[in-house]
Design a protein around this ligand. Structure first.
Ligand SMILES: [Zn+2]
Length: 261
C-alpha cells in the first residue's frame, strides 16, 4: 500500500492561513528573514576578506588587482557599480568638455544638451551631497591615513616609486599590499572609497579631481594674465565663445563685402 501524497493546498488557502498566524509567529518570521539577510551579508564579507588575502598577494598592477577582485562580485552588484560609474563619468565629461555643447551654429546643436556653468555646478554639488566622494585628495578621516606623508603615498600603486623613495617601507608598497592602508581605505573612508580601492569602480566623484577643478574655477579671474588656463571650464568657455564671435564677424564682414561689390 502506497503512502498518500501530501495534500497540496491552493494558493488562496495558504494565504488565508498565513493571515491567521499569530503576531508572535509573524514576528518570528520577520526575525528569521532578518537573520537570513544578516547571514548573506556576513558570508559576502567573509568571501571578500578571503579574496583580498589571495588576490593582494599575486596582483602586480592595480589593473590586475581590480580585475581579479571584480570577478568575485555577484553579477547584480557589479551591474549596479557599473551603472553608477557611468553616471560619474558623465559629470567628469561635463567638467572637462561641457562648454563645448554651447555652439548654436553646430549642426547637431541641442539646447537641452548644453548645461550652463551655473546649472552644472548646482548638479555637481547635489551629486556630491547625495553620493559623497572618493577620498583620494588631501582629506582623510582615518588617523593612520592622516599620518601618511606625502599624501599621494596613500594610493601608491607602483607608479609613484620615484616619488616615494626614502619613505617607510610599508608606504612604498602598493596600497593593496599594505594591510594598514587597505584596512583604513576600506573601513574608515566611506563606501565610495571602499569600492574604488577594492574594485576600481567610481560610484562617486574623486575628491582630488573636484578640488582641483573648483580651485581652477575659483582663481579664474587671474587666468587672464596666465598662459596655463587649459583646464579651467570658464577659460575654455570664454575662449570658445570668443572664437565663435570672431568667426561670425568674419562671416558677416565677408557678406557685407560681397554685397558692396
Ligand atoms: Zn580660467
Amino acid at each position: 500500500m502506497s503512502r498518500s501524497q501530501p495534500i497540496k493546498l491552493p494558493d488562496a488557502k495558504v494565504k488565508e492561513l498565513k493571515q491567521l498566524a499569530s503576531p508572535a509567529e509573524q514576528a518570528e518570521e520577520a526575525e528569521k528573514a532578518e537573520r537570513r539577510e544578516y547571514m548573506k551579508l556576513a558570508q559576502r564579507a567573509s568571501r571578500e576578506r578571503k579574496a583580498i588575502r589571495t588576490i593582494s598577494e599575486f596582483a602586480q598592477t592595480e589593473e590586475q588587482w581590480h580585475s581579479e577582485m571584480r570577478k568575485t562580485l555577484p553579477k547584480e552588484v557589479r551591474d549596479q557599480y557599473e551603472q553608477q560609474d557611468a553616471e560619474v563619468n558623465s559629470f567628469m565629461h561635463w567638467m572637462a568638455w561641457g562648454w563645448e555643447y554651447a555652439d548654436p551654429n553646430a549642426p547637431d546643436f541641442d539646447p537641452d544638451l548644453f548645461i550652463s556653468f551655473e546649472d552644472g555646478v548646482k548638479d555637481l554639488d547635489a551629486f556630491i551631497e547625495k553620493r559623497g566622494t572618493i577620498h583620494d585628495g588631501h582629506d582623510y578621516d582615518s588617523y593612520e591615513l592622516r599620518r601618511v606623508r606625502p599624501v599621494h603615498a596613500i594610493w601608491e600603486d607602483g607608479s609613484y616609486s620615484r616619488l616615494t623613495k626614502g619613505l617607510p617601507r610599508q608606504w612604498r608598497k602598493p596600497y593593496w599590499r599594505c594591510p594598514i592602508r587597505l584596512e583604513a581605505l576600506t573601513t574608515e573612508e566611506g563606501e565610495p572609497t571602499r569600492i574604488h580601492a577594492l574594485y576600481g569602480y567610481d560610484v562617486a566623484l574623486s575628491a582630488y579631481h573636484v578640488e582641483r577643478w573648483k580651485t581652477r574655477v575659483r582663481v579664474h579671474p587671474n587666468h587672464y594674465d596666465q598662459v596655463d588656463f587649459d583646464r579651467c571650464w570658464l577659460c575654455q568657455y570664454e575662449r570658445f565663445q570668443q572664437q565663435k564671435r570672431t568667426e561670425t564677424d568674419q562671416l558677416v564682414a565677408g557678406t557685407e563685402r560681397q554685397e558692396s561689390i
